[in-house]
Design a binder for this molecule. Sequence first.
Ligand SMILES: Cc1cc2nc3c(=O)[nH]c(=O)nc-3n(C[C@H](O)[C@H](O)[C@H](O)COP(=O)(O)OP(=O)(O)OC[C@H]3O[C@@H](n4cnc5c(N)ncnc54)[C@H](O)[C@@H]3O)c2cc1C
Length: 404
Amino acid sequence: MNIAKIDYDLIIVGGAVSGGIMAALSGQSDLKIGIIESRVHDPEQPDPRVFAITRASEQVFRSAGIWDELESQPMGHFREMEVWDANGSGSIHFDSKSLCEPTLGYIIGNQPIQNALIKVIAEMDNVRWLCPEKVDQIEVQTDHAEVFLDSGKRLKSKLIVGADGAHSRVRELVGIDSKTHDYQQTAIVCSVKSQIAHHDVARQRFLTSGPLAFLPLADPHVCSIVWSTTPDQAQVLCDMPADNFHRELEEAFDSKLGRVLETSRRFSFPLNRAHAKNYVSNRVALIGDAAHRVHPLAGQGANLGILDAATLAEILLKNTDTDIGRFPLLRKYERQRKGENLSVIATMDGFKHLFGSTLEPVQWLRNFGMDLANSCPPAKKIIMQKAMGLKGDLPELARTPNFL
Ligand SMILES: Cc1cc2nc3c(=O)[nH]c(=O)nc-3n(C[C@H](O)[C@H](O)[C@H](O)COP(=O)(O)OP(=O)(O)OC[C@H]3O[C@@H](n4cnc5c(N)ncnc54)[C@H](O)[C@@H]3O)c2cc1C
Protein backbone atom coordinates (compact mmCIF):
# COMPACT_ATOMS: atom_id res chain seq x y z
CA MET A 1 0.00 0.00 0.00
CA ASN A 2 1.15 3.53 -0.75
CA ILE A 3 1.30 4.77 2.87
CA ALA A 4 1.84 8.41 1.76
CA LYS A 5 -1.71 8.49 0.39
CA ILE A 6 -3.29 7.57 3.72
CA ASP A 7 -4.52 10.24 6.17
CA TYR A 8 -5.55 7.75 8.89
CA ASP A 9 -5.18 4.04 9.60
CA LEU A 10 -8.67 4.03 11.03
CA ILE A 11 -11.60 6.41 10.64
CA ILE A 12 -14.49 5.97 13.09
CA VAL A 13 -17.77 7.59 12.04
CA GLY A 14 -19.82 8.44 15.15
CA GLY A 15 -18.35 9.39 18.51
CA ALA A 16 -21.11 8.25 20.90
CA VAL A 17 -20.72 5.23 23.19
CA SER A 18 -19.77 2.58 20.56
CA GLY A 19 -17.49 4.85 18.51
CA GLY A 20 -15.96 6.46 21.61
CA ILE A 21 -15.07 3.08 23.14
CA MET A 22 -13.67 1.94 19.79
CA ALA A 23 -11.39 5.03 19.70
CA ALA A 24 -10.32 4.80 23.35
CA LEU A 25 -9.33 1.13 22.96
CA SER A 26 -7.72 1.17 19.52
CA GLY A 27 -5.98 4.44 20.39
CA GLN A 28 -3.81 2.42 22.82
CA SER A 29 -1.53 1.62 19.87
CA ASP A 30 0.37 3.63 17.30
CA LEU A 31 -2.54 3.55 14.86
CA LYS A 32 -3.45 7.00 13.51
CA ILE A 33 -7.16 7.44 14.18
CA GLY A 34 -9.77 10.03 13.20
CA ILE A 35 -13.27 10.21 14.75
CA ILE A 36 -15.87 12.01 12.70
CA GLU A 37 -18.85 13.23 14.71
CA SER A 38 -21.61 15.49 13.43
CA ARG A 39 -22.98 16.61 16.81
CA VAL A 40 -21.07 18.96 19.10
CA HIS A 41 -21.09 17.50 22.59
CA ASP A 42 -22.29 19.87 25.31
CA PRO A 43 -21.38 18.52 28.79
CA GLU A 44 -24.05 20.78 30.37
CA GLN A 45 -26.91 19.75 28.07
CA PRO A 46 -29.43 17.47 29.88
CA ASP A 47 -29.34 13.98 28.36
CA PRO A 48 -32.15 11.62 29.38
CA ARG A 49 -30.34 8.48 28.23
CA VAL A 50 -29.31 6.18 31.02
CA PHE A 51 -27.84 2.73 30.46
CA ALA A 52 -28.01 -0.41 32.57
CA ILE A 53 -24.35 -1.38 32.22
CA THR A 54 -23.32 -5.03 32.50
CA ARG A 55 -20.25 -6.31 34.34
CA ALA A 56 -18.67 -7.14 30.95
CA SER A 57 -19.11 -3.51 29.86
CA GLU A 58 -17.64 -2.40 33.21
CA GLN A 59 -14.55 -4.38 32.29
CA VAL A 60 -14.39 -2.78 28.83
CA PHE A 61 -14.69 0.66 30.50
CA ARG A 62 -11.75 -0.31 32.72
CA SER A 63 -9.75 -1.40 29.65
CA ALA A 64 -10.65 1.88 27.92
CA GLY A 65 -9.41 3.89 30.93
CA ILE A 66 -12.73 5.58 31.79
CA TRP A 67 -13.90 3.51 34.77
CA ASP A 68 -12.04 5.48 37.48
CA GLU A 69 -13.51 8.73 36.16
CA LEU A 70 -17.04 7.24 36.14
CA GLU A 71 -16.63 5.73 39.59
CA SER A 72 -15.49 9.05 41.05
CA GLN A 73 -19.01 10.42 40.43
CA PRO A 74 -22.31 9.34 42.01
CA MET A 75 -23.39 6.21 40.15
CA GLY A 76 -26.44 3.94 40.48
CA HIS A 77 -25.99 0.22 40.78
CA PHE A 78 -28.38 -2.67 41.24
CA ARG A 79 -27.72 -5.52 43.63
CA GLU A 80 -31.08 -7.15 42.99
CA MET A 81 -33.65 -7.34 40.24
CA GLU A 82 -37.38 -8.01 40.51
CA VAL A 83 -39.54 -8.82 37.50
CA TRP A 84 -43.26 -9.50 37.67
CA ASP A 85 -46.29 -9.90 35.45
CA ALA A 86 -49.22 -7.47 35.70
CA ASN A 87 -51.56 -10.27 34.53
CA GLY A 88 -51.02 -12.96 37.12
CA SER A 89 -48.93 -13.74 40.16
CA GLY A 90 -45.70 -14.87 38.43
CA SER A 91 -42.49 -13.17 39.47
CA ILE A 92 -38.75 -13.70 39.51
CA HIS A 93 -36.11 -12.25 41.80
CA PHE A 94 -32.35 -12.10 41.20
CA ASP A 95 -29.77 -11.31 43.86
CA SER A 96 -26.06 -10.66 43.26
CA LYS A 97 -25.31 -12.29 46.63
CA SER A 98 -26.18 -15.71 45.17
CA LEU A 99 -23.21 -15.24 42.80
CA CYS A 100 -21.00 -13.81 45.58
CA GLU A 101 -20.83 -10.62 43.49
CA PRO A 102 -21.29 -7.12 44.93
CA THR A 103 -23.66 -6.03 42.18
CA LEU A 104 -25.56 -7.22 39.10
CA GLY A 105 -24.72 -4.07 37.15
CA TYR A 106 -24.68 -0.26 37.10
CA ILE A 107 -26.98 2.52 35.96
CA ILE A 108 -24.88 5.17 34.23
CA GLY A 109 -25.95 8.21 32.23
CA ASN A 110 -24.88 8.66 28.61
CA GLN A 111 -23.56 12.11 29.57
CA PRO A 112 -20.87 10.99 32.10
CA ILE A 113 -19.78 8.18 29.74
CA GLN A 114 -19.45 10.67 26.89
CA ASN A 115 -17.54 13.17 29.08
CA ALA A 116 -15.12 10.47 30.28
CA LEU A 117 -14.50 9.20 26.73
CA ILE A 118 -13.80 12.69 25.39
CA LYS A 119 -11.35 13.29 28.26
CA VAL A 120 -9.41 10.05 27.74
CA ILE A 121 -9.30 10.46 23.94
CA ALA A 122 -8.07 14.08 24.27
CA GLU A 123 -4.94 12.70 25.96
CA MET A 124 -4.11 10.46 22.97
CA ASP A 125 -1.73 12.09 20.49
CA ASN A 126 -2.67 9.63 17.74
CA VAL A 127 -6.47 10.21 17.89
CA ARG A 128 -8.12 13.28 16.40
CA TRP A 129 -11.74 14.43 16.82
CA LEU A 130 -13.19 15.90 13.66
CA CYS A 131 -16.31 17.62 14.98
CA PRO A 132 -18.69 18.94 13.81
CA GLU A 133 -18.17 17.03 10.58
CA LYS A 134 -20.63 14.81 8.73
CA VAL A 135 -19.91 11.92 6.39
CA ASP A 136 -21.60 12.40 3.05
CA GLN A 137 -20.00 9.89 0.67
CA ILE A 138 -17.61 6.94 0.80
CA GLU A 139 -15.55 5.46 -2.00
CA VAL A 140 -13.95 2.09 -1.42
CA GLN A 141 -10.81 1.12 -3.37
CA THR A 142 -8.81 -2.10 -3.15
CA ASP A 143 -6.19 -0.75 -0.75
CA HIS A 144 -8.02 2.08 1.02
CA ALA A 145 -11.37 3.84 1.48
CA GLU A 146 -12.05 7.52 1.04
CA VAL A 147 -14.53 9.52 3.11
CA PHE A 148 -16.10 12.72 1.76
CA LEU A 149 -17.32 15.13 4.41
CA ASP A 150 -20.07 17.76 4.13
CA SER A 151 -17.41 20.42 4.72
CA GLY A 152 -15.68 19.38 1.49
CA LYS A 153 -12.78 17.53 3.18
CA ARG A 154 -11.68 14.16 1.76
CA LEU A 155 -9.89 11.66 3.98
CA LYS A 156 -8.24 8.37 3.10
CA SER A 157 -8.05 5.49 5.52
CA LYS A 158 -7.25 1.78 5.58
CA LEU A 159 -10.45 1.05 7.50
CA ILE A 160 -13.74 2.84 8.19
CA VAL A 161 -15.78 1.85 11.23
CA GLY A 162 -19.44 2.86 11.09
CA ALA A 163 -20.53 3.66 14.65
CA ASP A 164 -23.09 6.14 13.39
CA GLY A 165 -26.23 4.71 14.97
CA ALA A 166 -29.51 3.23 13.81
CA HIS A 167 -29.78 5.37 10.65
CA SER A 168 -26.17 4.69 9.71
CA ARG A 169 -25.05 6.63 6.65
CA VAL A 170 -21.97 4.41 6.42
CA ARG A 171 -24.15 1.28 6.21
CA GLU A 172 -26.31 2.93 3.54
CA LEU A 173 -23.34 4.18 1.49
CA VAL A 174 -21.65 0.80 1.31
CA GLY A 175 -24.97 -0.90 0.46
CA ILE A 176 -25.39 -3.20 3.46
CA ASP A 177 -29.06 -4.13 3.91
CA SER A 178 -30.66 -3.95 7.33
CA LYS A 179 -33.86 -5.77 8.24
CA THR A 180 -36.07 -3.55 10.40
CA HIS A 181 -39.17 -4.37 12.40
CA ASP A 182 -41.35 -1.68 13.98
CA TYR A 183 -42.45 -2.82 17.46
CA GLN A 184 -45.37 -0.35 17.39
CA GLN A 185 -44.22 0.79 20.79
CA THR A 186 -42.77 4.02 22.13
CA ALA A 187 -40.62 4.27 25.25
CA ILE A 188 -41.08 7.15 27.67
CA VAL A 189 -37.93 8.01 29.60
CA CYS A 190 -37.68 10.32 32.61
CA SER A 191 -36.42 10.33 36.17
CA VAL A 192 -38.80 9.74 39.05
CA LYS A 193 -38.62 10.59 42.74
CA SER A 194 -40.59 8.08 44.81
CA GLN A 195 -41.90 8.00 48.37
CA ILE A 196 -40.20 4.65 49.14
CA ALA A 197 -36.43 4.19 48.62
CA HIS A 198 -35.36 1.85 45.79
CA HIS A 199 -32.71 0.04 47.91
CA ASP A 200 -30.58 -0.56 44.79
CA VAL A 201 -33.14 -2.89 43.25
CA ALA A 202 -33.94 -2.72 39.52
CA ARG A 203 -37.62 -3.45 38.98
CA GLN A 204 -39.63 -4.26 35.89
CA ARG A 205 -43.38 -4.84 35.60
CA PHE A 206 -44.67 -6.43 32.42
CA LEU A 207 -47.95 -4.84 31.34
CA THR A 208 -49.82 -6.08 28.27
CA SER A 209 -49.00 -2.78 26.51
CA GLY A 210 -45.26 -3.17 27.30
CA PRO A 211 -42.72 -3.31 30.16
CA LEU A 212 -42.22 -0.55 32.72
CA ALA A 213 -38.74 -0.48 34.28
CA PHE A 214 -37.50 1.50 37.29
CA LEU A 215 -33.69 1.69 37.28
CA PRO A 216 -32.16 2.84 40.59
CA LEU A 217 -29.94 5.94 40.44
CA ALA A 218 -27.40 7.11 43.04
CA ASP A 219 -30.06 9.04 45.00
CA PRO A 220 -31.91 6.36 47.06
CA HIS A 221 -35.29 7.84 46.13
CA VAL A 222 -34.68 8.50 42.42
CA CYS A 223 -35.00 6.06 39.51
CA SER A 224 -34.77 6.45 35.77
CA ILE A 225 -37.80 4.88 34.12
CA VAL A 226 -38.28 3.29 30.71
CA TRP A 227 -42.00 2.85 30.05
CA SER A 228 -42.69 1.06 26.78
CA THR A 229 -46.26 1.31 25.56
CA THR A 230 -48.37 1.90 22.45
CA PRO A 231 -47.46 5.06 20.50
CA ASP A 232 -50.94 6.53 21.17
CA GLN A 233 -50.77 5.96 24.92
CA ALA A 234 -47.20 7.31 24.98
CA GLN A 235 -48.36 10.52 23.32
CA VAL A 236 -51.17 10.93 25.87
CA LEU A 237 -48.78 10.20 28.78
CA CYS A 238 -46.19 12.67 27.49
CA ASP A 239 -48.77 15.44 27.04
CA MET A 240 -50.67 15.13 30.33
CA PRO A 241 -50.00 17.39 33.34
CA ALA A 242 -47.43 16.13 35.87
CA ASP A 243 -49.97 15.26 38.61
CA ASN A 244 -51.98 13.05 36.25
CA PHE A 245 -48.80 11.41 34.96
CA HIS A 246 -47.73 10.64 38.53
CA ARG A 247 -51.04 8.89 39.21
CA GLU A 248 -50.88 6.88 35.96
CA LEU A 249 -47.31 5.86 36.79
CA GLU A 250 -48.19 4.77 40.35
CA GLU A 251 -51.01 2.61 39.02
CA ALA A 252 -48.93 1.10 36.20
CA PHE A 253 -46.17 0.26 38.69
CA ASP A 254 -48.49 -1.26 41.28
CA SER A 255 -47.41 1.52 43.72
CA LYS A 256 -44.35 -0.65 44.35
CA LEU A 257 -42.34 2.41 45.50
CA GLY A 258 -45.30 4.22 47.04
CA ARG A 259 -46.32 7.62 45.73
CA VAL A 260 -44.57 9.31 42.82
CA LEU A 261 -43.46 12.67 44.21
CA GLU A 262 -41.67 14.29 41.28
CA THR A 263 -40.77 13.55 37.66
CA SER A 264 -38.39 15.23 35.24
CA ARG A 265 -39.14 16.20 31.64
CA ARG A 266 -40.49 13.22 29.65
CA PHE A 267 -38.69 12.10 26.48
CA SER A 268 -40.05 9.56 24.00
CA PHE A 269 -38.27 7.06 21.74
CA PRO A 270 -39.98 4.97 19.03
CA LEU A 271 -38.91 1.34 19.38
CA ASN A 272 -37.81 -0.95 16.60
CA ARG A 273 -35.54 -3.87 15.99
CA ALA A 274 -32.95 -3.87 13.22
CA HIS A 275 -30.16 -6.15 12.14
CA ALA A 276 -27.67 -5.57 9.32
CA LYS A 277 -27.29 -8.44 6.87
CA ASN A 278 -23.52 -8.12 7.16
CA TYR A 279 -21.36 -6.32 9.72
CA VAL A 280 -18.43 -5.92 7.32
CA SER A 281 -17.66 -5.22 3.71
CA ASN A 282 -14.41 -4.38 2.00
CA ARG A 283 -12.54 -1.87 4.30
CA VAL A 284 -15.70 -1.15 6.32
CA ALA A 285 -17.04 -2.56 9.62
CA LEU A 286 -20.25 -1.66 11.47
CA ILE A 287 -20.55 -1.60 15.26
CA GLY A 288 -23.28 -0.73 17.78
CA ASP A 289 -26.70 0.47 16.64
CA ALA A 290 -25.36 0.82 13.09
CA ALA A 291 -25.24 -3.00 13.03
CA HIS A 292 -28.18 -3.91 15.30
CA ARG A 293 -30.96 -2.45 17.40
CA VAL A 294 -32.80 -4.30 20.15
CA HIS A 295 -35.82 -3.70 22.37
CA PRO A 296 -34.68 -1.91 25.56
CA LEU A 297 -36.58 -4.32 27.84
CA ALA A 298 -33.39 -5.93 29.13
CA GLY A 299 -31.13 -2.88 28.71
CA GLN A 300 -28.72 -4.62 26.34
CA GLY A 301 -28.38 -2.26 23.30
CA ALA A 302 -25.42 -0.15 24.38
CA ASN A 303 -23.80 -3.18 26.03
CA LEU A 304 -23.82 -5.04 22.70
CA GLY A 305 -22.22 -2.05 20.96
CA ILE A 306 -19.56 -1.86 23.67
CA LEU A 307 -18.73 -5.55 23.13
CA ASP A 308 -18.64 -5.03 19.34
CA ALA A 309 -16.13 -2.21 19.85
CA ALA A 310 -14.02 -4.27 22.28
CA THR A 311 -13.99 -7.29 19.92
CA LEU A 312 -13.02 -5.29 16.85
CA ALA A 313 -10.45 -3.17 18.73
CA GLU A 314 -8.86 -6.33 20.16
CA ILE A 315 -8.49 -7.83 16.68
CA LEU A 316 -6.96 -4.59 15.34
CA LEU A 317 -4.59 -4.22 18.32
CA LYS A 318 -3.24 -7.72 17.61
CA ASN A 319 -2.66 -6.85 13.94
CA THR A 320 -1.33 -3.29 13.90
CA ASP A 321 1.72 -4.32 11.88
CA THR A 322 -0.51 -5.58 9.03
CA ASP A 323 -3.19 -4.03 6.80
CA ILE A 324 -6.01 -3.58 9.35
CA GLY A 325 -8.64 -3.00 6.65
CA ARG A 326 -8.28 -6.35 4.96
CA PHE A 327 -11.46 -8.35 4.62
CA PRO A 328 -10.41 -11.64 6.33
CA LEU A 329 -9.54 -9.70 9.49
CA LEU A 330 -12.91 -7.93 9.47
CA ARG A 331 -14.72 -11.23 8.91
CA LYS A 332 -13.13 -12.49 12.12
CA TYR A 333 -14.91 -9.67 13.96
CA GLU A 334 -18.21 -10.45 12.23
CA ARG A 335 -17.99 -14.16 13.06
CA GLN A 336 -17.32 -13.38 16.72
CA ARG A 337 -20.19 -10.94 17.19
CA LYS A 338 -23.04 -11.68 14.80
CA GLY A 339 -24.24 -14.93 16.39
CA GLU A 340 -24.06 -13.47 19.91
CA ASN A 341 -26.03 -10.37 18.89
CA LEU A 342 -28.61 -12.40 16.99
CA SER A 343 -29.28 -14.59 20.01
CA VAL A 344 -29.87 -11.49 22.20
CA ILE A 345 -32.19 -9.97 19.58
CA ALA A 346 -34.17 -13.23 19.35
CA THR A 347 -34.42 -13.50 23.16
CA MET A 348 -35.68 -9.90 23.47
CA ASP A 349 -38.24 -10.56 20.74
CA GLY A 350 -39.38 -13.73 22.50
CA PHE A 351 -39.92 -11.84 25.77
CA LYS A 352 -41.70 -9.01 23.97
CA HIS A 353 -44.21 -11.43 22.38
CA LEU A 354 -44.57 -13.66 25.42
CA PHE A 355 -45.41 -10.76 27.75
CA GLY A 356 -47.51 -8.90 25.17
CA SER A 357 -49.92 -11.80 24.72
CA THR A 358 -53.45 -11.59 26.16
CA LEU A 359 -54.19 -15.26 25.44
CA GLU A 360 -55.00 -17.01 28.70
CA PRO A 361 -52.90 -20.16 28.09
CA VAL A 362 -49.87 -17.96 27.26
CA GLN A 363 -50.44 -15.84 30.39
CA TRP A 364 -50.69 -19.00 32.50
CA LEU A 365 -47.56 -20.45 30.90
CA ARG A 366 -45.40 -17.36 31.45
CA ASN A 367 -46.50 -17.01 35.09
CA PHE A 368 -45.82 -20.70 35.65
CA GLY A 369 -42.43 -20.35 33.86
CA MET A 370 -41.39 -17.36 35.98
CA ASP A 371 -42.32 -19.08 39.24
CA LEU A 372 -40.59 -22.26 38.12
CA ALA A 373 -37.36 -20.40 37.20
CA ASN A 374 -37.58 -18.45 40.46
CA SER A 375 -37.60 -21.65 42.48
CA CYS A 376 -34.63 -23.11 40.60
CA PRO A 377 -31.32 -21.51 41.74
CA PRO A 378 -29.14 -23.13 39.01
CA ALA A 379 -31.46 -21.76 36.27
CA LYS A 380 -31.40 -18.31 37.89
CA LYS A 381 -27.61 -18.41 38.09
CA ILE A 382 -27.32 -19.07 34.35
CA ILE A 383 -29.81 -16.27 33.51
CA MET A 384 -27.93 -13.84 35.77
CA GLN A 385 -24.51 -14.71 34.37
CA LYS A 386 -25.77 -14.23 30.82
CA ALA A 387 -27.50 -10.91 31.64
CA MET A 388 -24.39 -9.63 33.42
CA GLY A 389 -22.31 -10.46 30.36
CA LEU A 390 -20.20 -12.93 32.34
CA LYS A 391 -20.86 -15.84 29.99
CA GLY A 392 -20.48 -16.18 26.24
CA ASP A 393 -17.76 -15.58 23.70
CA LEU A 394 -16.24 -12.46 25.26
CA PRO A 395 -13.18 -10.56 24.03
CA GLU A 396 -10.28 -10.50 26.50
CA LEU A 397 -10.88 -6.77 27.01
CA ALA A 398 -14.30 -7.60 28.52
CA ARG A 399 -13.37 -10.48 30.78
CA THR A 400 -13.72 -10.06 34.52
CA PRO A 401 -10.48 -11.53 35.91
CA ASN A 402 -12.01 -13.08 39.03
CA PHE A 403 -14.99 -14.53 37.28
CA LEU A 404 -13.85 -16.47 34.22
C1 LIG B 1 -35.53 4.05 25.66
C2 LIG B 1 -34.23 3.37 25.51
C3 LIG B 1 -33.58 2.85 26.62
C4 LIG B 1 -32.36 2.19 26.49
N1 LIG B 1 -31.75 1.66 27.60
C5 LIG B 1 -30.60 0.97 27.47
C6 LIG B 1 -29.95 0.36 28.60
O1 LIG B 1 -30.41 0.43 29.73
N2 LIG B 1 -28.78 -0.32 28.40
C7 LIG B 1 -28.24 -0.44 27.16
O2 LIG B 1 -27.19 -1.10 27.02
N3 LIG B 1 -28.82 0.14 26.08
C8 LIG B 1 -29.97 0.83 26.19
N4 LIG B 1 -30.55 1.39 25.09
C9 LIG B 1 -29.90 1.28 23.78
C10 LIG B 1 -28.82 2.37 23.61
O3 LIG B 1 -29.38 3.64 23.79
C11 LIG B 1 -28.19 2.28 22.21
O4 LIG B 1 -27.92 0.93 21.88
C12 LIG B 1 -26.86 3.06 22.17
O5 LIG B 1 -27.07 4.39 22.60
C13 LIG B 1 -26.27 3.05 20.75
O6 LIG B 1 -25.03 3.72 20.76
P1 LIG B 1 -24.20 3.92 19.41
O7 LIG B 1 -22.96 4.65 19.80
O8 LIG B 1 -24.06 2.62 18.70
O9 LIG B 1 -25.13 4.83 18.48
P2 LIG B 1 -25.69 6.32 18.73
O10 LIG B 1 -25.83 6.62 20.15
O11 LIG B 1 -26.90 6.45 17.86
O12 LIG B 1 -24.53 7.26 18.17
C14 LIG B 1 -24.28 7.49 16.80
C15 LIG B 1 -23.40 8.72 16.68
O13 LIG B 1 -23.06 8.92 15.30
C16 LIG B 1 -23.20 10.29 14.94
N5 LIG B 1 -23.49 10.33 13.49
C17 LIG B 1 -24.60 9.84 12.86
N6 LIG B 1 -24.48 10.00 11.52
C18 LIG B 1 -23.29 10.62 11.29
C19 LIG B 1 -22.61 11.05 10.11
N7 LIG B 1 -23.14 10.89 8.87
N8 LIG B 1 -21.40 11.64 10.23
C20 LIG B 1 -20.85 11.81 11.47
N9 LIG B 1 -21.45 11.42 12.62
C21 LIG B 1 -22.66 10.83 12.54
C22 LIG B 1 -24.37 10.78 15.82
O14 LIG B 1 -24.31 12.19 16.01
C23 LIG B 1 -24.12 10.01 17.12
O15 LIG B 1 -23.30 10.70 18.02
C24 LIG B 1 -31.77 2.06 25.20
C25 LIG B 1 -32.42 2.59 24.08
C26 LIG B 1 -33.64 3.23 24.23
C27 LIG B 1 -34.33 3.78 23.00
